[in-house]
Design a protein around this ligand. Structure first.
Ligand SMILES: [Zn+2]
Length: 129
């Protein structure tokens, strides 16, 4: 399940695990405000097709359908033989970066939650996943 990021009007960032269908269900911030969904880092999605950032549009491509749409909208074609190896090499590097980013975001969020007493509800929610 991907982790989505939400931000309240005070600028607090709340991370929640959500199914894709439930991603618009915004959590309440530990300060009491309602949050809005934001994209600070691309959500990690485990699907039939490993997600990637479109090199042309910069959008996060999370599945086969999104890929077909992106190719159509950007007027691109899939990689051909030989290009594929280069793509794979970069994808592995991007994946490593992403894993690091997600770890950092989660860690930062846990740290900020432990600094607020009001954070206990949100923290428990985060733990339950
Ligand atoms: Zn807040």
């Amino acid at each position: 399940m991907p982790i989505y990021e939400y931000m309240c009007p005070e600028g607090h960032v709340v991370n929640e695990y959500r199914t894709v269908d439930e991603r618009e269900r915004v959590p309440e911030c530990y300060c009491g405000h309602l949050t809005k969904k934001v994209i600070l880092s691309p959500p990690r999605v485990f699907s039939d097709y490993e997600g990637y950032e479109s090199p042309v549009s910069g959008k996060w491509i999370a599945g086969r359908r999104a890929r077909v749409e992106d190719l159509k909208q950007t007027g691109c074609r899939p990689y051909e033989a030989g290009e594929r190896q280069e793509f794979e090499r970069r994808r592995v590097a991007v994946d490593r970066e992403l894993d690091k980013t997600v770890d950092e975001v989660v860690e930062r969020s846990m740290e900020s939650l432990t600094q607020h007493d009001e954070g206990s509800d949100a923290r428990q929610q985060l733990m339950r996943g």
